[in-house]
Design a binder for this molecule. Structure first.
Ligand SMILES: Cc1cc2nc3c(=O)[nH]c(=O)nc-3n(C[C@H](O)[C@H](O)[C@H](O)COP(=O)(O)O)c2cc1C
Length: 401
């Protein structure tokens, strides 16, 4: 019998979930312990087996899930585990019910996934990058696969902040899941204007500043790679809105720590780390760069070690919450980021292969806490950080580009 396919188009990426033969029983590769939701359990329960297609090939098939049903007693114990996290504890609070969020640009505006995922069970949705005016984005091709990841150069294609508010605000308002609007711009005025328009809009729970954008006022230098520009844009947006303010770091710098500190000092509530790494692909005939925009942003498992290093370093110089992003595909990735000081993680590229992953990771984290005898995941945070106090270590500088 031919498999039924549900297809979601998110930007340039085609996400499809294959309806599979329900008689097929997967082999268990779960950890020992009670029969609690394990890796890919939800996908198994719904019979949806996701694949990702980025134009040329179907690159990912995450294999067949392990399904285990908890008993009623185990269910009750799982429900008692506290996964709540506050991403703006010093500024009115942005409390999420789960520390697993979805990353900007990989989950649209959330509505696109409504038929595939229970979006209300995600910790928060960071929506597509939103600008003051509509943007058509970069010329194609805009996406290509790489070993362990993908390169994208979407170029912030979006309908502009007013259209986003009009179209999605009323929908988001009825949702339990908080929506954090990812904001981009080419000048401080751009960022401030978008923040002002979002301020007080029902359904908008917070702002995530994407500062990996060329600063027209500084001749195209990115806000994210210049400490003073990062500080200035954060401070200006802070003055313009009472919304919880998250600022997203770029990995494309020699030392991210002074930038992170400047962002904290300028009033950010939380830091998100990291955005994509700058990369390039070559055309098949090797006569030009493959992407229409020449450069693209590398994401996916290939960047996880870089993201871990940055989270580890930033956690030693700031005291605001850190949300980790970069190559999360399974619970071990989540636990690694928590150990390095993140209080929450975002799932990005992996969603294209497995849209239910963010929900499932919340279930798996809960189950992991139960196995460890914890009532909250918070004791898992920062366990890999150096124990000593005093000046942060400069070790690692020799490995930086
Ligand atoms: C197709 C695509 C579009 C993206 N668009 C945005 C964006 O609009 N704003 C932003 O801050 N980050 C954007 N990102 C970066 C992701 O939010 C995330 O930081 C990055 O992909 C690393 O996480 P990952 O390895 O889990 O994908 C985009 C990433 C991808 C793959």
């Amino acid at each position: 019998m031919k498999a039924k396919k549900k297809v979601v188009i998110v930007g340039d990426v085609r996400v499809s979930a294959l309806k599979q033969n329900s008689k097929h029983k997967p082999a268990s590769k779960g950890r020992s312990g009670p029969a609690v939701p394990a890796t890919t359990a939800t996908a198994g329960a719904t019979g949806l087996r996701p694949r990702v297609e980025t134009g040329n090939t179907a690159i990912a098939d995450l294999g067949t899930p392990f399904v285990a049903q908890p008993t009623l007693a185990e269910r009750a114990a799982l429900d008692r585990i506290d996964l709540a996290v506050d991403l703006a504890p010093d500024h009115g609070g942005l409390v999420l019910r789960s520390p697993i969020l979805v990353a900007s640009g990989t989950f649209g505006y959330g509505v696109e996934y409504g038929e595939v995922v229970d979006v209300q069970r995600i910790g928060a949705i960071c929506c597509k990058g939103t600008t003051r005016r509509p943007r058509a984005g970069n010329p194609p091709p805009r996406v290509t696969e790489t070993p362990g990841g993908m390169l994208n150069s979407i170029g912030l294609q979006n309908p502009g902040v007013d259209a986003v508010i009009d179209k999605y605000g009323p929908i988001w308002q009825g949702w339990q899941v908080p929506v954090i609007v990812n904001v981009a711009g080419e000048s401080i005025e751009d960022y401030v204007e978008v923040a002002r328009r979002l301020d007080g809009v029902p359904g908008v729970a917070g702002i995530e500043l994407n500062i990996s954008c060329p600063n027209v006022g500084k001749g195209g230098l990115q806000f994210a790679i210049d400490r003073d520009a990062a500080r200035a844009v954060t401070a200006a947006v802070r003055r313009a809105t009472d919304l919880p303010l998250l600022v997203k770091l770029s990995p494309n710098v020699a030392d991210v720590r002074p930038i992170a500190k400047a962002i904290e000092d300028a009033g950010a509530d939380a830091i998100c780390a990291i955005n994509t790494l700058s990369g390039l692909a070559v055309s098949a005939d090797r006569t030009h760069a493959f992407l229409g925009n020449t450069y693209g942003g590398l994401s996916g498992p290939a960047i996880k070690p870089v993201a871990l290093r940055i989270v580890y370093e930033v956690a030693q110089v700031v005291s605001i919450p850190i949300v980790a992003i970069g190559g999360v595909t399974n619970l071990d990735d989540v636990l690694d980021f928590l150990a390095c000081g993140a209080v929450a993680v975002q799932v990005g590229t992996a969603i294209f292969a497995d849209p239910e992953l963010p929900v499932r990771l919340g279930d798996e984290l809960r189950a992991d806490c139960l196995r460890r005898g914890l009532t909250s995941y918070h004791p898992l945070i920062g366990t890999a950080l150096p124990k000593r106090t005093g000046a942060p270590s400069a070790k690692g500088a020799e490995y930086r580009p």
